[in-house]
Design a protein around this ligand. Structure first.
Ligand code: PLP
Length: 354
């Protein structure tokens, strides 16, 4: 049995992959999901159900639109200031990692990014706290889970300015109060579905205030008004996302998966803290439940441990090059049995190196 701890793209339950592959062969009357027209009632029903499931699973209040986009979370780095920041205005950004930094870089085309706090000097090993957000900021942007460094924000700062959040790597892994946000976006490819789909949850009242002309494909309003069908949507990614959201609903929804995610993360962090060979890389209170980063006390043992893990069915735990060591990504689809398999291996390795 292989255990996939890879950071992505697209870690989904086996049963979802099976259903998806069947629809490639025969979605309706012998036609593949890849070849039916996206303008058919059958595919429109897929888009409607996907949007409905996002609203239901995240308890999206009225006054918000859920829109299915393309271009990855990376395009959102530009779409957010393009749609929300008046020309020459200032937006507040929390710098918690590479992705936050990439979002910051895109602002210069439209105005100024005011970095209200940063953990860059400590290689992004913690989430800054206790900073203030100027009242005249057009919005405050944060990254809820820092996929590369393994930190996660479990609380938002108190602020009256609109809050924008990149939730690419922890969306639907724990309950969030959507009413506290004005715009949430996420590349789908961790907890939702295949790459190619980006989801945005937009409070309708924040749109239309930038004062600039926006190219249609980059205008949230155009996609909202077009029912996420302004142009040809990523049909397969949306279909698989719908299947996966059905799976999540059948598991009891986000609140239930959150319990599992807490159990999985607690179990692995406990072993990292107990086992003298390993140590975590992040501030304990900011440890991510999705991407668990750790190194070895003796770096010379890292290669042998990686080899040992791979020989025993553990896939994808090599750390990102900017952190080194290991990163165990534990998205919704990863069963707790896989976490126990990794823990067993860490213990066996410890026994073998006494
Ligand atoms: N933001 C976060 C938190 C991510 O983890 C990633 C990719 O892993 C991105 C943004 C970039 O997403 P995309 O590749 O969809 O543009």
């Amino acid at each position: 049995m292989r255990h996939n701890f890879g950071a992505g793209p697209c870690i989904l339950p086996q049963e979802v992959f099976k259903q998806a592959s069947q629809a490639v062969l025969d979605f309706k009357d012998g036609l593949s999901i890849l070849e039916i027209s996206h303008r058919t009632p059958e595919f429109e029903a897929v888009v409607d159900e996907t949007v409905k499931l996002v609203k239901e699973l995240m308890n999206v209040p009225s006054g918000y639109s859920v829109v299915l986009l393309q271009g990855g979370a990376s395009l959102q780095f530009s779409m957010v200031p393009m749609n929300l920041l008046p020309q020459g205005g200032t937006a507040a950004y929390l710098e918690t990692g590479v992705w936050a930094n990439k979002a910051i870089k895109e602002v210069k085309n439209f105005g100024t990014a005011n970095i209200v706090a940063s953990s860059k000097a400590d290689n992004y090993t913690f989430i800054p706290k206790g900073y203030s957000i100027p009242e005249d900021s057009a919005y405050f942007h944060c990254t809820s889970n820092n996929t590369i460094y393994g930190t996660e924000m479990f609380e938002l700062p108190e602020t009256n300015v609109p809050v924008v959040c990149d939730m690419s790597s922890d969306i639907m892994s724990h309950v969030v109060d959507v009413s506290k946000y004005d715009l949430i976006y996420a590349g789908a490819q961790k907890n939702i579905g295949p790459a190619g789909l980006t989801i945005a949850i937009v409070k309708d009242e924040v749109l239309g205030k930038s004062g600039r002309g926006i190219p249609s494909m980059l205008d949230y309003k155009v996609h909202i008004d077009g029912g996420s069908m302004y142009n040809t949507p990523p049909v397969f990614s949306i279909y698989v996302a719908m299947l996966n959201l059905r799976w999540l609903k059948s598991k009891g929804g986000v609140a239930e998966i959150e319990k599992e995610n807490i159990a999985k993360a607690n179990a692995l962090y406990k072993e990292i803290d107990r086992n003298p060979l390993f140590k975590g890389t992040c501030a304990v209170e900011d440890r991510s439940r999705m991407n668990i980063c750790f190194v070895m006390e003796n770096p010379e043992l890292e290669k042998p441990f990686l080899k040992f893990a791979e020989e025993n069915g553990i896939e994808g735990i090599k750390g990102h090059r900017s952190v080194g060591g290991f990163r165990a990504s534990m998205y919704n689809a990863l069963p707790i049995t896989s976490v126990h398999a990794l823990i067993d291996l860490m213990q066996t390795f410890e026994e073998n190196h006494k």
